[in-house]
Design a protein around this ligand. Sequence first.
Ligand SMILES: C[S@@+](CC[C@H](N)C(=O)[O-])C[C@H]1O[C@@H](n2cnc3c(N)ncnc32)[C@H](O)[C@@H]1O
Length: 292
Amino acid sequence: MRVVIENDKTYEKHGFLKKIYFYFFWLPFINLLPKNLCKWIFVSSNDHTKAIRETSKTYKSLELMYQYYKQPIVGAKEKLISSFWESSVINAGALRNRLALTKKELRNAIQERMNGSSQKIRILSVASGSARAVIEAIAELKLLGSAVEVRLVDISRSALDYSKGLALEFGVSSSVELVRADVRDVSKYCNGWKPDIIEMVGLLDYFHQPEAIQLVSALYDSLAGNGALITCNVNDNPEREFVTDIVNWAMVYRSRCQMAEVLLEGGFHPKDCTIFYEPFLIHGLAVANKNT
Ligand SMILES: C[S@@+](CC[C@H](N)C(=O)[O-])C[C@H]1O[C@@H](n2cnc3c(N)ncnc32)[C@H](O)[C@@H]1O
């Protein structure tokens, strides 16, 4: 299995001074303050972080972080304080890096499968949330209904409605189908429809090892012969306690070996898998090819 650490200019990362700030000011600040005080500051200092905590684990919270630098925050005080949090919490930058990395690997997987083929490329997004990565990737490649078929699966009606709006905004709604289902019901939402690419990002973080393996194995079986699974997991990091207790965002953290175990037990061969880490090494995005 190949492991790649991404480091180009696309991504947010720390320079020398930011690293000093992070280790000598930020980590002591979040780890030494009493938890209740830290939580109170996080929630009451500004509306942005309050909303992130209140909607943690959902597409709403992710969208607040994904779009932070693109949708300017109004009000000088709110702007100043939210920018303190957003530029300090490396998990927020790592999430934006995860989005950029997912889009890049989606574009690569689509382009590899477009060569010379006149058939539509089928893309399944499992636990799609806002589906921003998939929608932006196909919009950037200027792919419309004739080239791709996208199926978004989520248990949340409000996440699917949000994706519908996003697909309209990016002009790709004719390619996008919405399915409300539990991710575990693979036969219900695939039902003979064999995806070429499955994207499942931000879900394994909530599944323990046996359930994660079972799901990946079911997705492996549903993939087309030369299909690819693009999936991701959060890795242990120095902000784990802060994210769990203060941001109210508990997750199942996986090391590279635990991530590899999910893929291999799920049916993939090590030579067909690559794990890409974004520069903070918090999110590991795996691209696993089926090759049968
Ligand atoms: C953290 S979000 C990730 C969203 C998106 N993939 C992304 O990376 O931006 C997790 C999504 O999984 C959905 N979800 C959680 N459990 C699910 C389940 N059992 N079946 C279907 N969707 C589920 C939630 O509704 C939510 O939209």
